[in-house]
Ligand binder design. Sequence first.
Ligand code: NCD
Length: 306
Amino acid sequence: MRHMMSPLDFSVDELESMMDLAVQIENDPEKYAHVCDGKKIATLFYEPSTRTRLSFETAMLNLGGSVIGFSSASSSSATKGESVADTIRVVGTFADIAAIRHPKEGAPLVASQVSPIPVINAGDGGHQHPTQTLTDLFTIRSLRGKIHDLTIGLCGDLKFGRTVHSLITALIRYPNIRFVLISPEELRLPSYIREDVLDRNHIAYKEVTRLEDAIPELDILYMTRVQKERFFNEEDYVRMKDFYILDKEKMDLAKEDMYVLHPLPRVNEIAVEVDSDPRAAYFRQVRYGMYIREALIMTLLEVSVC
Ligand code: NCD
């Protein structure tokens, strides 16, 4: 039985097959509408979410399955002191697969170690968010036709942004990817990613503070929100929150074929005026996320069309 804790749990070839399957689902959803008939996904969300939880639930419904779960820790037995390990043992009796989001780094991993059913990490603290990464990889492949020979700008809260940490870890396995890390000094990429992932693997990257300086050379601009909930004090958050605002003026400096991605939710970091730019791909990205989650569920449950 396989789980998905990190994008590295699957080889580049396996991810490629998963993306191929997502394309087939996108092109012919009817064909896949009953592959998970009778199966259930449990979404165990101890932290807020709109997209990720609804995306998993819609993905399962699209495949003919059904959904159980909770959307906040306060409505679960966590408030009574139940451990994640016990919860997954219980939920494994009811469901065939589970997606877990938790504020504590490593909580989904602990669950997977005792789980009778496949577990998907739907975001653990500031650590990893592998299904957002699948979404991001699939979006890049769908829009650019490739995941190699690209200059990728990551902008915003690179310190606490788990989507950034997961994406970098996944992208270094593809040929000739260059990173431009755009952040204020206080929100730089943590050293466990900069040194242990980028430096150790001799990946080309540079760190800059100004978005205007970086934007002309980018093929993809990955914007992120300042992660309010991971700050220790409100003052620091307020000082950082509007550090970057991507607007029309900055978009004018970008390549004609540079796409803007964002895991969402957006706060102020992308002006609404950018939404109508054909290069703004963040709402399309949500759709890709649903198809790739369908492909992931099928893969972990080992189901296929007859
Ligand atoms: C991201 C997350 O939860 O890490 N959102 C998401 O899953 N689409 C990004 C964020 O919250 O900023």
